[in-house]
Design a protein around this ligand. Structure first.
Ligand SMILES: [Zn+2]
Length: 288
């Protein structure tokens, strides 16, 4: 029998916004080779009547950076239909780390590591390890501002001489190695120590590589509007696309702030094609 699948009789949602339609989908050699029409012969048939058939979902906010390196396959995302995850959110990534920053990262962020040891590593080296550890779902990696800052500046609040330049150089290395954007976590130490200018400078490096600026904003409660304005300011000054992570109005003091949040995001998007403001929700049950 030929290697491949024939998904029979499901309702196909193509991901382009078109209405669903009933069609057989043939998959061979790891690719969709036919939707409707005559499929190749000899495929393994799976009855999908009454089910939806769709392209894999992209989870744009995940913290499963190191799951590929775990002891056992963890198919929880695939079982939800997610085939691609964007990881490295909230400023917290597991590279680039030197021995000193790896030690601190292990204290601060071990809950995000899923039991995988946090070790010193360059960004490209970690990306390579993840790549070789498959098969699993696809990962798109952000590089975290908090990690860059931890590695060049420890947990000091003030930037040391040369620290901004070193962060920019390490960020550029990460983008050269395939990072798709810069993330920040401005409620977490040490990311919270950064002023707007520091973030603009690094987001500008990201923009130079076509990368996104993804941010866990400085505040999601009483100072939500100011935090959102800062995020837009950073993206605009850097010329980067903006991703507001797990976009929400949190807590009693921000109750009712949702419409304001969405209006400001929409207005930021309307003011120009760059930056293009988008938002995501937090994956339930995952740290943010
Ligand atoms: Zn977050």
């Amino acid at each position: 029998m030929a290697a491949g699948l024939l998904l029979e009789g499901g309702t196909v949602y193509d991901g382009l916004g078109n209405p669903g339609r009933v069609a057989d989908v043939a998959v061979a050699g790891g690719r969709v080779v036919a939707v409707g029409g005559d499929p190749p012969a000899g495929l393994r048939r799976i009855d999908c009547h009454g089910l939806a058939v769709a392209p894999g979902f992209v989870d744009t906010h995940a913290h499963s950076d190191l799951v590929h390196l775990g002891d056992q396959p963890q198919p929880f995302k695939l079982l939800q239909g997610v085939t691609t995850e964007v990881v490295g959110n909230c400023g917290l990534t597991f590279a680039p780390l030197d021995p000193a920053s790896a030690e601190v990262a292990a204290e601060l962020w071990s809950s995000l590591a899923g039991g995988v040891p946090i070790e010193p590593s360059g960004f490209g080296a970690l990306a390579g390890r993840l790549d070789r550890a498959g098969p699993a779902n696809n990962l798109a990696l952000l590089v975290g501002h908090g990690t860059l800052r931890l590695t060049v500046n420890g947990l000091d609040e003030e930037l040391r001489p040369g620290a901004a330049e070193r962060m920019a150089a390490l960020a550029a290395e990460a983008f050269e190695a395939g990072a798709v954007g810069l993330s920040s976590g401005l409620i977490y130490v040490p990311g919270s120590y950064a002023g707007t200018g520091e973030l603009v400078a690094l987001a500008r490096v990201a923009a130079g590589y076509g990368g996104t600026y993804a941010t866990h904003m400085r505040d999601e409660g009483p100072h939500l509007a100011a935090a959102l304005d800062e995020a837009v300011t950073i993206a605009r000054a850097a010329g980067a696309r903006l991703q507001v992570s797990h976009c929400k109005a949190a807590g009693r003091t921000a109750h009712g702030g949702g419409p304001m949040l969405l209006e400001r995001l929409a207005a930021a998007g309307w003011r120009g094609s760059t930056p293009r403001a988008t938002s995501t929700r937090t994956t339930p049950g995952r740290p943010c």
